[in-house]
Every structure is written in C-alpha cells, then in structure tokens.
Design a protein around this ligand. Structure first.
Ligand SMILES: [Zn+2]
Length: 721
C-alpha cells in the first residue's frame, strides 16, 4: 500500500486494552498474508493502531499473538511496535511464494530465530535483514530483486521511526523531557552535568575521562528512560561524542594544522554554552576547520573512490571456476582478535601441505598471535576472475551480485569520504599520550599545553634558593627559522627532550624526559632569560635558567608542548598513499596484505580482509607482462610486480578503462593502444564493454611503412646530390 492511497484513512479509536483486543482478536497466522497487498494490509493495520494509541503505554505495549504457519503449535506474542518492526523485516520473504509451484513440499522458512523480542537496534536489525537476504539468495532470487525489496524494508523502518517520534509526545525533545527533569531528580546526572575538567590533564587523559563519563551518563539515561537513551540505542542518530558535548563537556578539539588545541573548553551545550572567551574562540576556529577540511580533502577522497571503483570493476567472481587450484597461499600474522574476526570464513592452514579449514572466530582463537597461511585473492590463479575457494565461504553472498568487486571496495572507500563529509567527526581528538619521566613530576606540572615549574610549596624545600637550574644542551635548542638573518632569532626555538636539572652544590645533573610530543617550543622573548654557559668538566654548552629566574621572570612557564592529533584525514592519507604510491615499494605480497589490513583496522574501517584483498588482487601483476595477473598455477612462485592504483587502471587490456584515467594524449598515441588493449572492461556503464582495436594495428602498420618510405626517399634524394 502506498501511503498516498491512505490519505483519508481514519485512525481506529484505541484508548483501552479492550479496544486493542477488538482490533487484534485471536492469533494472527503470518503465512496467510501471502501476497504483498495482503501483507501490507496487516502491516498498516498495526501501523495505524500504533499511531492511534502511542501515548497510552498499556495499549502500545498490547501483546499481539501470532504464529508463522497454520500447523504451528507454538504461538508468540510481541508488543505492537516490536511486532511491526519484525513484520517489516519478514516482508521480502513473500517473494518465495512465487517459487512454490516448483516445489513439492511447502516452503516454510520462518521460525523463532526470526523474532527480535528486544528493543531493535541497528545491529540486530541488520542481522535480521542479512538472515532474510541469505534465504532469498539461497533460493536463487536475483540480486536486483533482493535489493529492491530491501530498499522497501529500510524505507519503512525510516517511515515508522519518523512517524512514531512525531506521534509520541514523549519522543519530542523538549528542554524538560530531555534533561531538566533528570537533572533535578537524578543526582548522578546532575553530577555529570556539572563536571569540571582540570586544565592539568593532558589531552589523552581528557579523552579517556570524557569517554568514561559519557558511558556513565548514557547508562544513567537508560535508567531514567530519557529519550536520548532511546535515540542513541536506535542507530546512528546521535553519537556519544554529541551527548558528551551537549551534557558533559565540550572537551578539546584539533586545530587546522592537525595538532591539538590543548585547552579543555569550559562547560557544555545544554547548561552553560560557551562561557569563556577561550572556549568561544576555539569553537569558532573549529567551525571553520570543518569547512577547510571539506574543501581540502574531499576532492582527493572522491578521486580515490573513483579510481578504486574503476580498478575493481575489472575483476569478478568466477561463474565457472570453483577452485582455481593455486599453489600459493598468503602468509599472515593474526595480530589480535579483530584481525581474526576479519578473517571469518576464509580457508586456512597452519603449515604448508595441511588440509584447508574454514576460519570461524569462536573455534580459532588459538590462532591469535600465530602466523598462518590463507587462500587469498592475492594469489588466486583465476586471472581477472577469482575463484570461490580463494574468496572463502562468503562467496555465496556476492555470487549473484553484478559488480561485487565494486561493492567490496566501497566498503572501505566510502567510510573515508563520509567521515570527511561529516563535519562533526572532524572535531574529535585522538591524541598521542605524552610521557613524563618520574623526575618530571618532582619539579614540573602540565597545564593546558604548557610546562610550568611547580609552585614553591609544591616542591622540596630549598629548591628555589638558587642552587637549582634548568639546563638544555645547546644542540637540543633549534631555532625555528635557522636562516633568519636577524641578530637573534625572532621566532623562538624548538626544544628536544631531554633536558636537565643542574644542582650547583653537588654538580649533579638530573635528567628530565618528555616522550611522544609533536614539538616543544620556547618563544623568543622567553629565550632571552636563558644564558648560554659551558660546563668545563663535560666540555658541553648548555642554555641555562635558574629556578628563581624562571619563576619570577617567566611566571614559571618553561615551554609549550604541541600534541599530535591522529585525525581521520591521517588515516585517509595513509590509505591513499599506500594505494597510489607506496604499494609499488613492496616486493612481498604477504607484507603488503598484512600492512593494508592493519591500516584499515587502525583507521576504524569495518570490513572483512577479503574485501581489502579485492583491490590488492588488481595491483599484483606478472613481472614480464604488466597487463596480466601472475600465473599462480605453477608450483614455483611466479615473478610478480606490485603496481599502484593509477598504473593498474592504465595497464589494463580494456581500451576504455585506461582512457578514463588521465594522460589521454599519451595513451592514445602510445603503442599499447593497438598492441595490448584488446580486452574488455568488466561492466562499464559509460562505454561499450569492448572496443575493436585491430584496425588501429593496420593503420599503425600503414603509417610506419609510409614513414619508412619517406625516409628512404629523402636519403636517396640526398645521395643524388
Ligand atoms: Zn583462486
């Protein structure tokens, strides 16, 4: 039923349990609703019933009784909303009814395992959808039809969630429903909302603290049944980071250059807003950062996805070869449980020659930390096709999918560009943790990115009576602009760890070490308070400042520390640089695969290793014929060459594919166009899949002869004179 058809539908009158019983008497048998129309009648009957009584909890939670098939003895019950969401997920299975005529027995696939009885979240919803999809796939329903049906499912989930949110006044977020009530009645929530974060915490600790507090807050919201809790559970509508900024603290954000602004912004969006000038300023620069990032990185991310799609569309899962019989396995180290998870359903063995087994996470935990051998697309002997054994037991999922390789590469190219697009992700910090030696704490403290000498009452007695000073080796003070012609450097100096506390009474040095910083800096003005001295015993030059001078002239501030932010764009560039440039530096495919998989894990991109193998397969070519895959059928390891993504697009037998890259003139005038390019580009919607280039060969031959003749002619002409 189209929503347009039901414009004049009047909602049933449901105010009491009796009304519910009147609407849904007895037990519903799902299999009776065996056409899309009949099924949708039931679906929208439940849908409108919910709309009619959503604000009456005992009605909305009225249990609808149902069973799947007439002969079933077991019946189930679900509250109206849960029943509706489950119904929606089952809807595509109606497609199987049209196959019934080919079967003697009844096609009955639904059972208890298709019921999600808890609050449906993103994960359980996807799991149920995949379960339904797998069944349709197993029964040979065309991939196009399955995606059509799934599109309806997803649209209806959205329709329901928007409609119910609007109908249910509790879900409308008001100041009161969202927070004020909880703030007044719940001590824990009040405490979290008033959290103050000391500036003496370094960024990595601020991140950790805020993560912990956000989890605590979400748990507390769960107990008070706060709408935020429902929203955060129901999918990706609100991120923990947003909850944190709204209700706990703005925290810290990165700057344009990719370092952290080490000031923890005061307050939160809900109760205080931007309370001090520093927070306001940092937030304002953060707002610009998003725009700058979009402008500077989006193009490259888009270009990467495009090239990945172009290259991957040249490969497909074989329809004829189940096992290519490759003699070569890919050796990988299972670094941790995530790595193992991503190998699910791949064929492996621990030692060469052993029979292959499937990896299932639960049974294979003993592999963590080991080096294993897997059947892999990298060493598949199928040429431009890959076989099912190299792909692994997930092959059936993509078997009927045209352009499965494109889908597989999008799994990791999409998150990269989406994360860049989505500005809210950019203002995360993922900072390196700065390490301080024990001796550091004796004399110094960290505050909002600066290193200060401790106050007099915080350090051991006598520290300020003149015998202690800070000494930095001359070589560890590096002028920021070394080429500056001015008499003294006006830009300040970078400082490298370690430096020393010098005790003039004992003539001893105590080493102070700071680790993991991006850079440390003393400004030019402060540098004037340092004196260059020589320790004659050691024969070394030091910049020196006494504790008392530091505390009086510079208010105790020794230097400032820059902290590196490991932003998302860094991950993007690591991936991009690997595929566009650095792959060509690898001469070992195992090492390449290992690194690529680990980069994807590190970047937080969720995909199976086999999906990453798809693109690596395209980059590995025969060392003697860059247009072809190496011959992995021979026992001996073939000589191979790893080429970068752009080269992979250019060096392909399909004539159109290369021209969709760049350097068009060079390609059109190059010999390869008529000597090599006579294959086809797999599934290319822009061009003909195959272009004949034989006549070009004749043409080229003709012109070669003509040129020769001309040359000969000129030569003989010259001889005559
Ligand atoms: Zn294979």
């Amino acid at each position: 039923m189209d929503m347009r058809d039901v414009e004049h539908y009047t909602l049933p009158n449901i105010r009491t349990i009796q009304d519910c019983e009147r609407e849904f008497p007895g037990i519903i048998t799902i299999s009776h609703y065996d056409t899309y129309d009949r099924f949708d009648d039931l679906y929208y009957k439940v849908y409108f019933a919910i709309c009619a009584c959503i604000e009456i909890p005992e009605c909305a939670s009225f249990p609808i009784k149902f069973k799947f098939y007439p002969e079933d003895e077991k019946t189930f019950e679900l509250s109206m909303p849960k029943f509706l969401l489950n119904l929606n997920a089952w809807r595509p299975l109606i497609e199987l009814n049209q196959l019934q005529k080919y079967y003697h027995h009844k096609i009955e696939v639904l059972d208890e395992s298709f019921i999600i009885g808890t609050m449906m979240n993103n994960q359980s919803r996807t799991a149920l959808e995949s379960k339904v999809m797998k069944i349709l796939n197993d029964y040979g329903i065309q991939f196009e039809r399955i995606s059509e049906l799934l599109k309806d499912v997803i649209e209806r989930y959205q329709e329901a969630s928007i409609e119910f949110a609007m109908s249910d006044r509790h879900a409308i977020m008001t100041y009161e429903s969202v927070f004020l009530k909880d703030y007044l009645t719940n001590e824990k929530i009040r405490e979290l909302n008033n959290l103050k974060i000391p500036q003496s915490l370094q960024t990595a600790d601020v991140e950790e603290l805020l993560q912990k507090k956000t989890t605590e807050l979400l748990t507390a919201f769960g107990e008070t049944k706060n709408p935020i809790w429902y929203v955060s559970k129901a999918g990706n509508h609100i991120k923990p980071k947003q909850v944190q900024e709204l209700f706990i603290s703005y925290g810290q954000i990165p700057d344009v250059s990719g370092n952290v602004i080490p000031y923890t912004m005061q307050g939160n969006g809900f109760s205080t807003g931007y309370v001090d000038a520093a927070s306001y300023y940092i937030a304002a620069s953060g707002a610009r950062l998003s725009a700058i990032m979009n402008k500077t990185h989006m193009g490259e991310a888009g270009y990467l996805s495009r090239n990945l799609i172009l290259a991957s569309r040249t490969m497909t899962l074989s329809k004829t070869t189940f096992d290519c019989g490759t003699k070569h396995l890919l050796s990988l180290t299972v670094t941790d449980s995530t790595f193992l998870h991503r190998l699910e359903n791949k064929w492996y063995c621990e030692h060469e020659g052993e029979p292959l087994q499937l990896i299932h996470y639960e049974d294979c935990k003993h592999l963590i930390g080991k080096r294993i051998l897997i059947r892999s697309l990298l060493t598949c002997a199928g040429g431009d096709e890959v076989c099912h054994v190299c792909y692994g037991a997930d092959a059936h999922l993509v078997m009927n999918m045209p352009g499965m390789a494109i889908f597989n590469t999008e799994v990791y190219s999409k998150p990269v560009s989406q994360n860049i697009l989505s500005t809210k992700h950019l203002l995360y910090t993922a900072a390196n943790r700065i390490g301080f030696s024990k001796s550091f704490d004796k004399y110094f403290k960290y505050n909002a990115g600066d290193i200060y000498l401790k106050e007099k009452d915080e350090v051991a007695e006598n520290a300020f009576d003149g015998h202690l000073s800070i000494r930095i080796e001359e070589g560890n003070v590096i002028p920021v602009n070394a080429n500056d012609m001015a008499e003294y450097n006006t830009f300040g100096n970078n400082v490298e760890s370690p430096f020393f506390i010098y005790n003039s009474k004992t003539k001893e040095y105590e080493k102070i070490e700071i680790l993991n910083y991006e850079s440390m800096f003393i400004d030019a003005e402060s540098m004037k308070s340092f004196k260059l001295i020589e320790d004659k015993r050691e024969g070394k030059q030091y910049y020196e400042i006494s504790f008392s001078t530091l505390s009086s002239d510079l208010e105790g501030r020794l230097l400032s520390v820059d902290i590196k932010n490991n932003g998302l764009t860094d991950n993007l560039y690591t991936i991009m640089n690997l595929l566009n440039k650095n792959v060509a530096k690898y001469d070992d495919i195992s090492k390449l695969a290992q690194d690529f998989f680990e980069i994807l894990i590190h970047a937080g991109i969720s995909c199976r290793h086999v999906q990453a193998e798809v693109i690596l397969n395209r980059l590995i070519r025969d060392a003697h014929d860059l247009y072809s895959r190496p011959d992995f059928t021979k026992l001996e390891m073939p000589e191979y060459k790893i080429i970068n993504l752009n080269q992979a697009i250019m060096n392909y037998k399909g004539a159109t594919l290369g021209t969709s890259y760049q350097e068009l003139k060079r390609q059109l005038l190059g010999d390869a166009l008529y000597t090599e390019k006579k294959g086809q580009s797999y599934l290319d919607p822009m061009y003909a899949q195959q272009i004949r280039t034989d006549h070009l060969k004749e043409l080229a031959e003709k012109y070669r002869k003509k040129r020769e003749e001309e040359q000969n002619g000129t030569e003989s002409h010259t001889e005559e004179h």
